[in-house]
Ligand binder design. Structure first.
Ligand SMILES: Cc1cc2nc3c(=O)[nH]c(=O)nc-3n(C[C@H](O)[C@H](O)[C@H](O)COP(=O)(O)OP(=O)(O)OC[C@H]3O[C@@H](n4cnc5c(N)ncnc54)[C@H](O)[C@@H]3O)c2cc1C
Length: 468
């Protein structure tokens, strides 16, 4: 394979990484008329969007939508195909958007197809040909051999910042003491009796995390919140690691240490929920051997978790394991250094900016080892703006960041990493990239007229103003 000549492909916009950020970036660029290639190392576009989790940060904790545009189009397509559950109050900290991940696969493929995005799957970016801070081509490795993908503008939506770093950008990695948020494997159980689960919540609210933000609690007691959850009628509950049920099981070795068992609906017809509870902390996921070695322990935790739920949690007596994420979930690796850095203060104070190109609202959410987790809500249940400069890697003139690798301090990253803001960043990156590829703003990401970009994003349905 090494002797086969490198294949040459030219595009207007190249997007590396087909997760929530990359999908929205590619769709936005293609809608704006750019010949767009979307690259992914895996076999299926979707990234973490397909693992069963809900989209956080699409609404704020007051229940106001802060995500519009392409992200909402994706939800609409999922609804058209019968897989959309919609926004739910988690009655703890946030509102999130639930859907069936199997149907979301179809929705993603249909929209990419509809807008003429060229997919390049099974292709790993391994090199960036760059000169004076300008990337000429991304080099990929796939079954055809090596591919040289040239374009005037690139978007790094790889989660890990692979493209920007290969091109020479600086980055921060995990925590200052070498710690990393845990790796987790999401899994699903079907045949859940929602009424049984919600009755249990009302009988024993001390086992559940409830009303952790004032915006959600609204002065209610735990018992009143439990009644609100029952009224909502959806299996969205969080069994807390320091409540008597789970703490007891952890103490007796019947469960692995975990902060929460997060439960959210994925399909009413399958009576199915997604569970987020497994965890192995402080592994550098950029070390592929170390990452791969965690698969076994996570699979063991799933087996233990399924047994715990069936044996101890009313509503799950007859539930069965029905699926798991297609890959290990990575919360944290590199944060690329940008012209601007989103800060913890920006997030917690719900700071607005004239240079904002999208919004976030998720609490500062840093999972730790064992049963530890930092959860700090955004002020007054509001939202913050993500300034354009956070998407622009320092020292590069034609690469835009979108998604998990955005420039943020560690605490702000604990909020902006969720999928609502990733989608908003993706749309902004794709919209700007199409114009840059056409020669606007001198083709330099640092010269983007953010007021113009904001007008275009607003015309395309993005929500930039008018929310808390
Ligand atoms: C266990 C867990 C639970 C979470 N819970 C939630 C939740 O409930 N709600 C929520 O909104 N968010 C949640 N998050 C956070 C959120 O899922 C991610 O931060 C977000 O999806 C990141 O989106 P992204 O598009 O930046 O990256 P990803 O979705 O990770 O996509 C990146 C893509 O890039 C590809 N790629 C990477 N490197 C290369 C390369 N060199 N060459 C080619 N392709 C490459 C990958 O294959 C992948 O498909 C959770 C995360 C984890 C891990």
């Amino acid at each position: 394979m090494e002797s086969s000549p490198s294949k040459e492909i030219a595009a207007d916009v190249v997007v590396v990484g087909a997760g929530s950020a990359g999908i929205c970036a590619a769709i936005a660029a293609a809608k704006a008329g750019a010949r767009t290639v979307l690259v992914d190392a895996g076999p299926m576009p979707g990234g973490e969007l397909l693992t069963g989790m809900a989209v956080d940060g699409a609404l704020n904790a007051r229940g106001e939508w802060i995500l519009g545009g392409v992200g909402r189009e994706l939800f609409d397509e999922c609804a058209r195909l019968g897989g959309y559950i919609g926004p739910l109050n988690d009655w703890r900290l946030i509102w999130y958007v639930c859907f069936d991940p199997e149907v979301m696969k179809l929705a993603v493929i249909r929209l990419l197809d509809k807008y003429g995005v060229s997919l390049m799957l099974h292709s790993v970016l391994f090199d960036a040909q760059a000169h004076d801070g300008r990337v000429q081509a991304a080099r990929l490795l796939n079954k055809s051999g090596t591919v040289r993908l040239a374009a005037p503008c690139f978007i790094d939506a790889s989660g890990d910042g692979d493209l920007a770093v290969l091109a020479g950008a600086g980055f921060d990695l995990g925590g200052a003491g070498g710690e990393f948020q845990p790796l987790s494997m999401m899994f699903r159980m079907s045949g859940v009796d929602t009424d049984g689960l919600l009755d249990y919540l009302c009988r024993a609210p001390e086992n559940f995390a409830l009303g952790e933000s004032d915006a959600i609690r609204g002065g209610r007691s735990d018992a009143q919140i439990a009644q609100e959850v029952r009224r909502q009628g959806q299996p969205t509950v969080f069994i807390k690691g320091d409540g008597p049920l789970l703490a007891g099981a952890i103490a007796h070795g019947a469960m692995y240490p975990t902060a929460l068992i997060m439960i959210q609906p994925t399909s009413a017809s399958r009576r199915e929920v997604c569970l987020n509870s497994t965890r192995v902390a402080n592994v550098n996921a950029l070390e592929t051997g170390a990452l791969s070695a965690v698969l076994g322990p996570l699979a063991q935790q799933i087996e233990t978790g399924v047994g715990f739920m069936r044996g101890n949690v009313p509503g799950f007596e007859h539930a069965v394991f029905s699926g798991m994420a297609p890959r290990i979930g990575i919360r944290e690796t590199r944060r690329v250094q940008g012209l601007q850095t989103l800060t913890e203060e920006d997030v917690l104070q719900a700071r607005k900016s004239d240079l904002g190109i999208g919004k976030g609202s998720h609490h500062v959410d840093i999972h730790q080892a064992g049963a530890g987790q930092i959860r700090i809500p955004v002020r007054d249940g509001g939202s913050y703006d993500i300034p354009w400069g956070c998407l622009v890697p320092r020292g590069l003139s034609n690469v835009i960041l979108a998604g998990r690798c955005v420039s943020a301090d560690r605490a702000a990253h604990g909020s902006v990493r969720v999928m609502g803001p990733c989608m908003a960043m993706g749309q902004a990156a794709g919209t700007a990239a199409a114009r840059l590829a056409g020669g606007e703003w001198g083709g330099d990401v640092r010269q983007v007229d953010v007021a113009q970009l904001r007008r275009r994003l607003a015309d395309d349905g993005a929500i930039l103003d008018g929310t808390h």
